[in-house]
Design a protein around this ligand. Structure first.
Ligand code: HEM
Length: 399
């Protein structure tokens, strides 16, 4: 529908549901994400869906609450010591866990689901960076992590809420405390209890003068309330968990499809966050003339913007990697990390992680898709771009 529209924008009407404006027009993106930013918060419908899980964390906050957290988190994310800490965490997780797993798969000629492996890797590292504990999802000698299971359940049920055509069903289930809503409540309770316990113990060790470099310890040292710290680290885990692993899964799939253009690949074709929405506060007109009414959902679509050839005969973001050289493109044409005042805070960290992992893995191993699985994978646009059925690969040592 976007392709068929001359201004890369269409309006969706459904009986009894709010109007949804879907756009892939860079001028409209700049307008909603920057020029008229205050008119396009995430909005109450978003908080309704994710608020039980994300609480007052940065991913679901708006207005003053968001602004306060953004300032706080930008300060922490820009610290050079955090970058050093991230590299240390990556080094250990790659050399002690990821590479040995690939080595043994290579020796046993065992097929590996790289999507699953990368998701486990991402969860381990994001937990170490966010609150300094190790769920050990890549360590078979450790028991299954209840925390990882709870994050999985809470994000899947919250995503299902968002995809439901009418909200009365899940709202009624929540009011009655039954079914999936009961599972969600139990998962959130477990996550809260786990993180509050980490906060309690960390405070004690910090008082004894022991230094920690993770985000949670930095927030405790900053003197913030326990609940705020808890919700902030939940947002960090959610923001950093499936995004980097989705990017790397699609990247490995592309590399194995086109080894000859390996050097030119980017995230343009498979952005990990496929679409993203805001809710208009009041009436407005987008630069292409689309009329917005207060309450409308306005959705932009990075997946659509990366993949097709626009009217000019080039992809919306083709100049990112032209002939192997990198050209800085407007973030409104390449909104993989969003753009404007709310642009992803972990962008640098994500690139650091992905380059580190891609280089460490591809320097030693060559990954080939399982023979016979030549068809294009199916993208499941959950909260992040999931690959249906995983990415089954054969690991060979690079000659
Ligand atoms: C390839 C990997 C990643 C991609 C594609 C990505 C993409 C995005 C996008 C699209 C948003 C905007 C969401 C919205 O406002 O609706 C966002 C926000 C955010 N991201 Fe990332 N992200 C990635 C990795 C990370 C990592 C590793 C972290 C670190 C923990 C992180 C931290 C954040 C935070 C804290 C926000 C909220 C910013 C705010 O609301 O002001 N991200 N990211």
């Amino acid at each position: 529908m976007l392709k068929a529209s001359p201004n890369l924008t269409f309006v969706m009407w459904r009986l009894g549901a709010r109007r949804i404006v879907v756009t892939a027009n860079p001028e409209n993106l700049e307008h909603m994400l920057k020029t008229n930013f205050p008119n396009y918060p995430k909005g109450k419908p978003f908080t309704d869906i994710l608020g039980d899980f994300l609480g007052r964390g940065i991913l679901s906050a708006d207005g003053d609450l968001w602004h306060m957290q953004r300032k706080l988190a930008s300060h922490e994310f820009s610290a050079r010591s955090l970058r050093e800490f991230v590299v240390n965490v990556l080094e250990r997780e790659v050399s002690e866990r990821l590479l040995p797993i690939l080595s043994s798969a290579c020796a046993d000629r065992r097929v590996v689901d790289m999507q699953d492996l990368l998701r486990r890797f991402a969860f381990d590292t994001v937990c170490k960076i966010s609150f300094g504990t190790d769920p050990g999802l890549l360590d078979p000698s450790l028991p299954e992590s209840a925390l990882a299971g709870a994050f999985e359940v809470a994000s899947a049920i919250s995503a299902k809420r968002g995809a439901a055509p009418v909200y009365v069903v899940w709202k009624a289930k929540r009011a009655l405390g039954v079914g999936s809503e009961r599972q969600l409540r139990a998962a959130v309770k477990l996550i809260h209890a786990y993180i509050m316990e980490v906060i309690r113990r960390r405070k004690a060790t910090l008082e004894n003068g022991i230094q920690h470099k993770d985000l949670l310890s930095r927030l405790i040292t900053g003197g913030h309330e326990d609940e705020v710290i808890r919700d902030m680290v939940i947002s960090f885990v959610m923001a950093g968990r499936d995004t980097t692993s989705a990017a790397l899964t699609w990247f490995l799939w592309l590399v194995s499809s086109h080894p000859e253009v390996e050097a030119e690949l980017s995230m343009r074709l498979y952005p990990p966050v496929v679409w993203d929405s805001k809710h208009a506060v009041s009436d407005d007109v987008l630069p292409d003339g689309t009329r917005i009414r207060g309450g409308d959902r306005v959705t932009y679509f990075p997946y659509g913007m990366g993949g097709w050839r626009g009217s000019g005969g080039r992809t919306a973001s083709s100049s990112i990697t032209g002939g192997g050289c990198r050209v800085r493109e407007s973030p409104f044409k390449f909104p993989v990390f969003q753009a404007g005042p709310r642009i992803c805070l972990g962008k640098e960290m994500a690139f650091l992680k992905m380059k580190y992992i891609a280089a460490a893995v591809l320097r030693e191993f060559s990954l080939r898709r399982v023979e016979g699985e030549r068809q294009k994978p199916t993208l499941v646009p959950m909260l992040t771009a999931h690959m249906a059925g995983g990415l089954q690969m054969v690991v060979e040592r690079r000659k």
